[in-house]
Design a protein around this ligand. Structure first.
Ligand code: FAD
Ligand code: SF4
Ligand code: SF4
Length: 464
């Protein structure tokens, strides 16, 4: 039996003191020797538990084996069988809860670093130049609404199948959350652009600044001759706390703050048109990836102090472990078991403080399965902050619900679909966050691919 090597090959990264002065990617990625060494730790288990942890069931042991054989082309070909965006999933998947959580080596030491290995071969392919498959063109056209990971994956699969594909995007830039949400230091935009370039080379057409539901309706798209439509519009409408003072100047939703920074380059105001306020002492409210991204973006922009206010403990934080670790290393102060109760303004209507209350965990759980929290009476305290970012989640934008007759939605505003991503409207399919709520890149991408297969079948069996 193969001897188990318990310690993973570490990933080199920018030291915390340096990286808080720039927006460059934090981890450098494995080089060839490091990747082969890490891949060699894999036990090639016959029952493949890691595969069951991957939402798109990548043949993990097989691609890892190819890395040990230095056959990187074959490794990436295996990944591409089910993953359209490996440069992205290798970086941002919550691997520690998915594929790596199931790795048997993780029971005695560090699991095999599957995400880092995936990133290595995907970056290797990107450096070498992406290859475009041979495509046999068909006459039918499909419209994709939204250019996030769901839309991009669906577009890629349909283009390979030969359909004419047009992606309609509301923003002036493509990529959805990959572009306007996840910051450069976690996901360099060059990578997202390269994936989009590959789709363009495959013949996918992109139309930006088109808001479906306003510029054109779903029905208009059928009238324009599209045989089927995929809706991948995400769920980007921010939720607020609904507490006094939330409208004060200096308070942003995380969505607006990150969009100003990532998409509109507000931190280069002067060179770019959009401003953003950066306070002296800032707080971010929330404990997910979005909260970590907002806090880690803020700390790079110069406040003296950045607090992260979270009503539960670090154990319940939904953010990726790696992001929590990086945020703590970068000097963000976490205030656990704490909840804001009101924001306090100065005479000019600008935020000057937040009043918080300490919380305790209850033995009861909420609908998400996490412990409920209760305020501790008399534990209120005030924190001086002149900027606050609210990162407590997002929901579906109601625009399509208002403007699309016959399309069925759940009470929470998400589109109803069956297992093949089919909606209640004939020829209309949907996937990603607009169906699942705020989920992950890999689930959105998986939905896009599944929908593409269902769209092909729908068009093939459609009566003329
Ligand atoms: P989106 O990525 O939201 O894309 C939807 C696109 O549709 C957008 O471009 C939008 O402008 C466009 N659109 C919306 N309405 C219309 C319309 N009416 N007409 C035309 N276009 C429209 N997931 C992870 O797996 N790992 C992470 O580390 C991670 N970090 C995250 C960090 C942040 C800050 C955020 C916000 C999310 C993060 N997520 C992460 C979640 C992940 O990004 C989403 O689950 C994923 O992007 C959903 O993909 P999507 O294609 O469904 O939607
Ligand atoms: Fe793991 Fe995500 Fe890659 Fe699947 S796509 S193997 S979950 S990193
Ligand atoms: Fe390799 Fe871990 Fe998967 Fe086993 S569970 S095949 S050791 S990655």
């Amino acid at each position: 039996m193969k001897e188990i090597v318990k310690t993973a090959v570490p990933m080199r990264e920018q030291p915390a003191g340096e990286r808080i002065k720039n927006f460059d990617e934090v981890p450098f990625g494995y080089n060839e020797e490091e990747a082969i060494k890490e891949a060699s730790r894999c036990l090639q288990c016959k029952n493949r538990p890691c595969v069951s942890g991957c939402p798109v069931a990548i043949r993990i042991p097989d691609f890892i084996k190819k890395i040990t054989e230095r056959d990187f082309q074959k490794a990436i070909d295996i990944i591409h069988e089910t993953d359209s965006l490996p440069c992205i999933t290798g970086r941002v998947c919550p691997q520690e809860e998915q594929c790596q959580a199931k790795c048997v080596v993780g029971k005695v030491g560090d699991p095999i670093m599957i995400g880092r290995l995936e990133r290595f071969v995907a970056d290797w392919e990107l450096k070498k130049g992406l290859k475009i498959p041979e495509i046999k063109k068909r006459n039918e056209k499909v419209a994709i609404v939204g250019s996030g990971p769901a839309g991009l994956a669906c577009a890629g699969e349909l283009a390979i199948k030969g359909f004419g594909v047009t992606v309609f995007e509301a923003f002036h830039e493509l990529g959805g959350v990959l572009t306007y949400g996840i910051p450069e230091f976690r996901l360099p935009k060059e990578i997202v652009k390269a994936e989009i370039e590959r789709l363009k080379m495959m013949g996918v057409e992109f139309k930006t600044d088109v808001l479906i539901g306003r510029t054109l309706t779903i029905n208009d798209l059928f009238e324009l001759g599209y045989s089927a439509i995929f809706i991948g519009v995400g769920a980007g409408l921010p939720r607020f706390m609904n507490i006094p003072g939330e409208n004060l100047i200096g308070i942003y939703s995380a969505n607006e703050f990150l969009t100003r920074i990532n998409l509109l380059k507000a931190y280069k105001f002067g060179e770019y048109d959009t401003p953003v306020y950066i306070g002296k002492r800032a707080c971010v409210v929330g404990g997910g990836n979005v909260a970590m991204d907002a806090a880690r973006t803020l700390i790079r922009l110069g406040p003296e102090k950045v607090y992260l206010i979270y009503r539960r403990t670090i154990e319940e934080m939904p953010a990726r472990k790696e992001e929590i670790h990086h945020a703590l290393e970068e000097g963000i102060e976490f205030l656990y078991l704490t909840n804001p109760v009101r924001f306090i303004g100065d005479e000019n209507g600008h935020l000057k403080a937040v009043e918080c209350v300490k919380m305790k965990l209850s033995s009861e759980t909420d609908e998400s399965g996490r412990k409920k929290t209760l305020p501790i009476p008399g534990s209120e305290f005030t924190l001086e902050v002149d900027e606050a970012i609210i990162a407590i989640g997002t929901k579906a934008n109601p625009l399509l619900q208002i403007t699309t007759q016959g399309l069925k939605f759940k009470p929470n505003g998400q589109i109803e679909v069956d297992e093949y991503c089919r909606t209640s409207l004939k020829g209309v399919f949907a996937g990603g966050d607009i169906v699942n709520g705020s989920a992950t890149v890999v689930t959105a991408m998986g939905d896009g691919r599944r929908a593409a297969m269902a769209i092909e079948e729908y068009i093939n069996t459609k009566k003329p």
